[in-house]
Design a protein around this ligand. Structure first.
Ligand code: MN
Length: 241
């Protein structure tokens, strides 16, 4: 990757942080990373800070085991292992969003009500998102956080080939091929959760069928930049931060 391409990648990552805040996916917590196209065994992510306040100089590089690279002594996110383990398990993944986006959480804690696509924009959810039960990996004495590589690997195993994994009593993690793809999915995962919860209060819900989910997901692939361009326009609101 040439220097200008790397700069573009970092710029996209910074913008992703701001968009995810503007769209209500992250607040003071949550993080987004991108695989380093120059070296797929590394990923880029901000230091430990609120996503809305991230700028290019806050971006750190990590090995897939979560070790900060370049003798960078700045404080990293505790849950950086989520990202490294998923990149190792999923060569198709180029970006990861971990958040505590509120509407998704109920679907990780109520047995028998899986998150499933109710709307064409969230059709990528396909037949639903698996739920990561941290007690199974960490035992009953745990602090809910994916704070080491072993737990990261367990989360990646639960994610499997899915676009998203719900984390019981905690949040969710969404993956994509690119930063834009992962951000799109993270935003619409939250929207789907809101819509599904609303619909469930009204009565029996008709979900997208498997062919509908597949077809709509394919149709949306060419629309991701349109959403990104719009959401990028909200960036100036953060320049005062
Ligand atoms: Mn978390």
């Amino acid at each position: 990757m040439r220097t200008d391409e790397r700069t573009t990648l970092i710029d996209e990552l910074v913008l992703a942080n701001h968009i995810l805040f503007n769209r209500g996916v992250v607040d003071a917590f949550g993080h987004v990373s991108v695989r380093d196209e120059r070296d797929p065994q590394r990923f880029l992510m901000a230091r430990n800070m609120a996503p809305a306040q991230v700028s290019a100089q806050d971006v750190m590089a990590f090995a897939l085991d979560g070790t900060p690279l370049g003798e960078d002594a700045r404080k990293p996110y505790l849950e950086r292992f989520i990202h490294g383990s998923i990149y190792r398990a999923r060569p198709d993944v180029g970006a990861v969003v971990h958040s505590h986006s509120a509407a998704v959480i109920p679907f990780g804690i109520v047995a028998g009500v899986p998150l499933r696509p109710v709307c064409h924009m969230s059709s990528f959810l396909g037949d639903g998102a698996p739920i990561f039960e941290i007690r199974e990996a960490a035992g009953p004495e745990n602090d809910m956080l994916v704070r080491d590589e072993r737990l990261g690997d367990a989360l990646a195993r639960t994610l499997g080939a899915s676009p998203a994994v719900l984390m019981r009593g905690h949040g969710s993690t969404v993956v994509g091929r690119t930063v834009r793809h992962a951000v799109f999915r993270a935003v619409y995962t939250e929207i789907n959760a809101r819509l599904q919860a609303e619909a469930l209060r009204l009565g029996p819900v008709t979900y997208l069928s498997e062919p509908e989910a597949r077809g709509a997901s394919l149709a949306n692939e060419s629309q991701i930049d349109r959403a990104w361009e719009l959401w990028s326009c909200e960036r100036p609101a953060l320049s005062v931060l």
